[in-house]
Design a protein around this ligand. Structure first.
Ligand code: GAR
Length: 216
């Protein structure tokens, strides 16, 4: 019997790409339902591009500074993704705001990881925001991308306790560990057809009774 066709994934990065590496590692498992066929960055100097290339994954840089406006950059991005026959896009530390048109054309086929328990602490400096708010739990979220920044149906979250002596760096160090666990697990769910969009929410097949994937 022929193996089921794997979901073809592009990972979009702007920096070091440690979430991307976690996705690559997970995808090495023959049973993983997705294959990473392209790692693309808006920054040619992004360290993650070299890491992906060293792992034998095709890479591409589309420098946003070469475009007069967001629409031009997004059109080039869209063309690259379509040329590679991408089914699903994973934003992993991709620090560009995408146009409504681009997001609409990838609706239901684009995931993002964000370093907070959304809908709390959107935008940047999420660990500082969490400390300033005095929350006792912090973490990360993987969600489908919608035009509104850091919004969209949540697939899964992972939480960590906030300690009395935490600072933004110590929180970041513990949250990123959870990000690298969460994102591959979510990609497996989505690519395997076990997480599906129902309106504004995501329904997970065979979810644990408490609905949790990871928690402290
Ligand atoms: C991660 O913490 C990710 O959640 C965050 O950037 C970092 C990238 O790290 N993304 C955002 O803040 C998006 N708004 P990585 O390059 O090592 O994966």
């Amino acid at each position: 019997m022929a193996a089921a066709r794997k979901t073809r994934v592009a990972v979009l990065i702007s920096g070091r790409g440690s979430n991307m590496v976690a996705l690559l590692e997970a995808a090495k498992d023959p049973a993983f339902p997705a294959e990473i066929v392209l790692v693309l960055s808006n920054r040619p100097e992004a360290a993650g591009l070299a890491r992906a290339a060293a792992a034998g994954i095709p890479t591409q840089a589309i420098d946003h500074r070469a475009f007069a406006d967001r629409a031009g950059f997004d059109a080039a991005l869209d063309a690259a993704l379509r040329a590679a026959e991408i089914d699903l896009v994973c934003l992993a530390g991709f620090m560009r705001i995408l146009t409504t048109e681009f997001v609409a054309s990838w609706a239901g086929r684009m995931l993002n990881i964000h370093p907070s328990l959304l809908p709390l602490f959107k935008g940047t400096h999420t660990h500082r925001q969490a400390l300033d708010a005095g929350v006792r739990l912090h973490g990360c979220t993987v969600h489908f991308v919608v035009p509104e920044l850091d919004a969209g149906p949540i697939v899964a979250q992972a939480a960590i306790p906030v300690r009395q002596d935490d600072d933004p760096d110590s929180l970041a160090d513990r949250v990123i560990v959870q990000e690298r666990r969460l994102y591959p697990a979510v990609l497996a769910l989505v690519a395997g057809g076990r997480a599906r969009l129902e309106g504004e929410r995501v329904v997970i097949a065979d979810a644990a009774p408490d609905g949790a994937l990871f928690s402290v």
